[in-house]
Write a protein that binds this ligand. Sequence first.
Ligand SMILES: Cc1cc2nc3c(=O)[nH]c(=O)nc-3n(C[C@H](O)[C@H](O)[C@H](O)COP(=O)(O)OP(=O)(O)OC[C@H]3O[C@@H](n4cnc5c(N)ncnc54)[C@H](O)[C@@H]3O)c2cc1C
Length: 265
Amino acid sequence: MLRELYTARLERKQCLSEAAQCFHLEFVVEGEEEFSFTPGQFISVVSNDARGKPDTRAYSIASAPRDNRFDLCLNRVESGYFSNLLCDLAAGAAIQIEGPLGFFTLREPLTDSILVATGTGVAPLRGFLQRLFPIGGPDRSGGKEIWLVYGTRNESEIYYREEFETIAAHYANFHYVTTLSRAPESWPGLRGYVQDHVAQIVGDRAARLGQPLPAPRPDPAIPPAQLRFDIYAYICGLSEMIGAVRERLAGFGWHRKQIVTERYD
Ligand SMILES: Cc1cc2nc3c(=O)[nH]c(=O)nc-3n(C[C@H](O)[C@H](O)[C@H](O)COP(=O)(O)OP(=O)(O)OC[C@H]3O[C@@H](n4cnc5c(N)ncnc54)[C@H](O)[C@@H]3O)c2cc1C
């Protein structure tokens, strides 16, 4: 099926981490007043690869919809073609994109939610958070408890830290949990892997609400598509981390439909 191609021009570029070679890119879609999408979706960048053959790569949109603009957050991948092409793009340069695409979006009605990411996996979660908790805009979280559990090796790779700390300062129901796997002794925050902190959150919440853990299996008479839960997890990043978090949640009796994932590799 032929999809519509858009031209997106890079308006602003910011290095989020020199060490990790991670960049925040802001694009304007030319000839469109609006570029509509659901937070969490991705676009597909279309270009000729290093050998001149047409190819595409997916990139999560790292923002909520705002007129004809969207943001990306990506890091260089060693020997990769598209990631380096985008990281080297200069302001004013244009790329071809298709989209929006994908189903990594907040399930409705909104429930308590644990958002989990490592590295650039934070991109679509930033879109969720801009939508739910716009600074200076209407609170769309409906009072649900929302956790962002973000893991990385070093402090220099905590992307969008100020933005998320600002949200946490404004909204008592947003919990920003950052954990470092290679923290120096001076790091005052959490350590270790995201799955351990997700497990802690799930355990504490169940105890607070007086819910059994592991959770009882849903009624088998209800078709999976019709199942509704009071909490979901949204996990984005590389498959090893996603597998580790999924395994912990499955151990708590979570149903596969409660665990929404976006894999980058
Ligand atoms: C739905 C979807 C959304 C994505 N969104 C993003 C995004 O928002 N930001 C982003 O940086 N990447 C994202 N990716 C990954 C992206 O599509 C490319 O795979 C990545 O940029 C590498 O492309 P490349 O052409 O440079 O290298 P390739 O030659 O295609 O890949 C080289 C290797 O790097 C691995 N890889 C892919 N992504 C990463 C990564 N982030 N870090 C380390 N290794 C990786 C691949 O598995 C592959 O083995 C997404 C992938 C998918 C499927």
